[in-house]
Design a protein around this ligand. Structure first.
Ligand SMILES: [Zn+2]
Length: 288
């Protein structure tokens, strides 16, 4: 009985401690609450808990993990709030381009399943890559999910930046870094077909197109402020709206189209196939 009680207490504690909630530290304020911004000191951050905002200073501790690549996040694709991010401030005034080079691949759907959540920058193996802003290294190790040798830095502006495929990592987890500090050497580790930097920008877990913030050709920020709003996460909305169908024995494209209220030509476009293509039993077809 005593054992049962203590188990119950542990379960209750897990359910009701703040960690069990989705707590995210955001060092900015929704535009709708801009009036409050005037009275908020430069270092204050806010908590987004179930889309409510609370003042806090815990940006470098909340949801801090050295082992999880992606920490808990709120889905901002459904949030009606917009957030004004001050990319730099007088305490952390610098931005440095992580590596100069051509953008080889952009933030886009690579196929109907996989969205490329960052940009790929061409580099030579061994090229030095620099921290974009001041911050603290949250993650610095080999990642089996495809990033290879990966560094993730959380910044005072509440963005996290990801640097993938390094040949060598030059920083330790929990190390404070300055904008422009070398953090790794470029390479091709992980799921990569040649030396490049895979670079992501995330705001409370939500990937943002880095080219909306950084002008890679001009090697600078587009501006010192950035507004996060749900339209930046259209790919997440699209993913939610997608529907797939698994091909059964006896199916034809026209039957599948009819059954799912679409046309053969739409099926072909969505799946990159021809109306004459052979479809296999068990194959997954996108129907919406
Ligand atoms: Zn990439």
């Amino acid at each position: 009985m005593r054992k049962l009680l203590s188990t119950l207490i542990v379960v209750l504690l897990c359910v009701f401690t703040p960690r069990a909630q989705s707590i995210l530290s955001i060092n900015t304020l929704p535009i709708s609450k801009k009036i409050a911004e005037k009275s908020a000191p430069a270092f204050d951050s806010v908590h987004l808990i179930n889309n409510k905002v609370y003042l806090d200073t815990a940006i470098l501790t909340v949801n801090w993990s050295n082992f999880d690549v992606h920490v808990d996040s709120v889905d901002l694709s459904v949030s009606s709030d917009s957030f004004l991010i001050k990319l730099t401030n007088k305490y952390h005034p610098h931005f440095v381009l992580p590596v100069a080079g051509a953008v080889r691949d952009s933030f886009r759907w690579r196929n109907s399943y996989r969205h490329h959540n960052g940009v790929d920058i061409k580099l030579n193996s061994g090229d030095t890559v620099y921290a974009a802003f001041d911050g603290k290294v949250r993650y610095a190790q080999y990642n089996r999910g495809g990033y290879g040798k990966l560094v993730i830095i959380r910044h005072y502006n509440n963005l996290e930046t990801y640097y993938g495929h390094f040949s060598k990592i030059l920083v330790d987890t929990n190390q404070y870094v300055k904008a422009g500090q070398p953090i790794g050497l470029g390479g091709s580790t992980g799921r990569s077909t040649g030396p490049h930097l895979h670079f992501e920008v995330r705001f409370v877990g939500n990937p943002i197109d880095p080219e909306k913030i950084i002008d890679w050709d001009c090697e600078s920020l587009h501006g010192y402020e950035f507004v996060v709003h749900k339209d930046l996460f259209k790919h997440v909305q699209e993913r939610r709206q997608r529907k797939y169908y698994r091909v059964k024995s006896g199916d034809s494209l026209s039957a599948i189209a009819r059954r799912n209220g679409t046309s053969v030509s739409t099926l072909c476009r969505l799946n990159g196939i021809r109306s004459t293509s052979i479809i296999r039993v068990g194959q997954s077809l996108r129907v919406r």
